[in-house]
Write a protein that binds this ligand. Structure first.
Ligand code: PHE
Ligand code: NA
Length: 498
């Protein structure tokens, strides 16, 4: 058995973890959520969620990966062989995400090119849905393969493949060291470019104007907790896999805090950039900021191109923006795919090259569905169910299992061993009594919502097949993989008394 690979340096590990955490969500989800949920006042529940759930959970995941030195399935199997499926469920959720996340990266790559000449023309919305996506009317009406998207997506897979096949230190760590600092610089340049545009101030007022009455609405708190799990990439095999490559003497608590702070700081800076642009756009069009604000795909591929058309030197900001989106996306995608690779290397004893080729190959084939005219519709449904049930569900079961059914104190002693500062009772209390109930509440609320209405007005058949079946399959296939024979070192790791 070979030695497990290791990060080359502490900063390398942190940049890789940050690379996973900082993704599309920091740019297109956080600013919109803050705006929708009380503006400046949203920072209170957000920071509260960060402190009571984000940091404790990050410490827990880093601790588990570091202690058991394994991917998610290996880690849970080491704690208790009956729980290996949970690791696989997380890996499968990651795999599903990898096949559609890459489509959005493909769009970003294509738009980076378009930005040079504003190829989207005078009507970015028609361009995006029409000639670019070739959008059809239903998730089962595939239309044709969109060649531009296909080519861009192949480039995306190529980058991820190259990073993963080269290994933890020479591939993934190096990618993070290049992508993250570059991304920070790009964001700073963009902020410098847009904050002084006319109307930017007005946009920022909209984002930060605190509406304290929002704090009495439980939905705002639920939104804050939901965003924290998503934004930190915790609960779906990634951070466990990344921390399994840490050297024995790593400072878990400190690394976890740094990762969380850098991610959340980036989100706020991205919010400043986005709302400056929206403020400028509203001023130019002579409308209120509330009339142009949006999030998600619509923000990135319709609203921002519209704003770019109105800017002086549009090509400059346009290329910077879509390049940033691409870099944020690629570094997250590498981490999603690595979570799968490490699991198959551990369980099947595949070489890194074999695992990377098989996972990227199968992923590429499945992701072809997202290059069709139905791509956006399929993506919308799969993403909704995987986020609300896959990520939330797996995170909930994980914390419940470790914090309630296992001896959490063993993990606590482990994470404190080489750390500059210690976590104590507050940490355990946060996991047991804040994070678990909050996640359970979120999960039940989501379940209730999706059982009582068909998401997005799609047909029942499409919701069942692309939503529920995909979600349930992550659990069922998880149990099937657990039933397969494991290599000798899979469960008999040194001391696994939890
Ligand atoms: N944390 C990422 C973000 O905020 C989301 C993400 C990362 C999703 C990795 C999946 C996998 O955008
Ligand atoms: Na994030």
């Amino acid at each position: 058995m070979n030695e497990r690979e290791q990060w080359g340096s502490r900063i390398g590990f942190i940049l890789a973890a940050v690379g996973s955490a900082i993704g599309l969500g920091n740019i297109w989800r956080f600013p919109y959520m803050a705006y929708e949920n009380g503006g400046g006042a949203f920072l209170i529940p957000y920071i509260f969620a960060m402190l009571t759930a984000g940091i404790p959970f990050m410490i827990l995941e880093f601790g588990l990966g570091h202690k058991f030195r394994g991917s998610a399935p290996k880690t849970f199997a080491a704690i208790n062989p009956k729980w290996e499926w949970l690791g696989w469920m997380q890996v499968l959720v990651a795999f599903v995400i990898s096949v559609y996340y890459i489509a959005i990266i493909g769009w970003s790559i294509a738009y980076t090119g378009f930005a040079v000449t504003q190829a989207w023309g005078e009507a970015p919305k028609d361009f995006f849905f029409g000639s670019f996506l070739g959008l059809t009317g239903s998730p089962f009406d595939l239309g044709g393969i969109q060649n531009t998207i296909l080519i861009a997506m192949l480039i995306g897979w190529g980058i991820t493949w190259a990073a993963c096949v080269s290994g933890v230190k020479t591939g993934i760590e190096r990618a993070g060291k290049v992508l993250m600092p570059t991304l920070f610089v790009l964001l700073l340049v963009m902020i410098a470019r847009v904050v002084s545009l006319p109307g930017a101030q007005e946009g920022l007022n909209w984002l930060f104007k605190p509406d304290f009455s929002a704090l009495s609405n439980y939905k705002v708190w639920v939104a804050a907790y939901g965003q924290i799990f998503f934004t930190l990439s915790i609960g779906f095999a990634i951070m466990i896999a990344y921390s399994s490559y840490l050297p024995k003497k790593a400072d878990i608590n400190n690394n976890a805090c740094m990762t969380v702070f850098i991610n959340c700081g980036f989100s706020m800076a991205a919010g400043v950039m986005i709302f400056s642009v929206l403020g400028y756009m509203a001023a130019k069009q002579g409308v209120g900021v509330n009339e142009v604000v949006s999030g998600g795909v619509g923000l990135a591929f319709i609203t921002i191109p519209t704003a770019i058309n109105l800017m002086p030197m549009p090509a400059l900001f346009g290329t910077l923006f879509f390049l940033s989106l691409t870099m944020a996306g690629v570094s997250s995608h590498i981490s999603i795919v690595e979570a799968c690779i490490s699991a198959f290397m551990d369980k099947m004893e595949w070489s890194r090259a074999k695992a990377t080729n098989i996972i990227c190959g199968v992923g590429l084939v499945v992701s072809l569905a997202f290059c069709t005219g139905a791509g956006l519709l399929i993506l919308d449904i799969v993403d909704h169910f995987i986020n609300n049930f896959g990520i939330m569900g797996a995170a909930l079961v994980e914390i419940f299992f470790v914090a309630w059914l296992c001896n959490l104190d063993v993990v606590r002693d482990h994470v404190n061993r080489n750390s500059e500062f210690y976590v104590g009772t507050v940490w355990s209390v946060c996991l047991r009594f804040v994070t678990v109930p909050m996640l359970a509440f979120l999960f039940v609320t989501n379940l209730w919502g999706d059982l009582s209405t068909l998401y997005g007005g799609y047909s029942l058949v499409s919701i069942v097949t692309l939503g529920w079946v995909v979600f349930v399959a992550t659990v069922v296939v998880g149990f099937m993989l657990q039933a397969r024979r494991s290599p000798a070192d899979f469960v008999s790791i040194t001391d696994n008394s939890l």
